[in-house]
Write a protein that binds this ligand. Structure first.
Ligand SMILES: [Zn+2]
Length: 111
């Protein structure tokens, strides 16, 4: 089970987005999480172009090309730790009656 939240900064560590020509690190914020399909949408990543014909889409009556983030498998992204600036695995520890996520590399709290 991945311990991700909407708004987390994540890095794509494998999968299609990573094999882009530029090889740049692919990071972005999570826009939405589909826990049933185990996929996430990440800001600015894996954009898919949708061609919309005039009059087909109420939100875009003029039609055109719409760019929006496609989904990425949950297993292909990792949280980026703000402290050590690395993509990391997330641990959870109990702090009183609260669960706190932490970076398994540098032990800093993530929330
Ligand atoms: Zn860290």
């Amino acid at each position: 089970m991945q311990k991700l939240k909407v708004g987390d900064l994540v890095e794509v560590t494998k999968g299609a987005e990573r094999s882009n020509k530029d090889k740049a690190t692919k990071r972005g914020k999570i826009l939405s999480i589909d826990r049933d399909a185990l996929r996430v949408r990440v800001e600015g990543l894996r954009t898919v172009k949708r061609h919309i014909r005039k009059g087909r889409d109420r939100a875009n009556p003029e039609g055109g090309i719409l760019e929006r983030p496609g989904s990425i498998a949950l297993a292909d992204v990792r949280v980026v730790c703000k402290k050590c600036d690395q993509s990391t695995r997330v641990g959870v520890r109990v702090n009183g009656d609260k669960k706190v996520r932490f970076c398994k590399k540098c032990d800093a709290n993530i929330d």
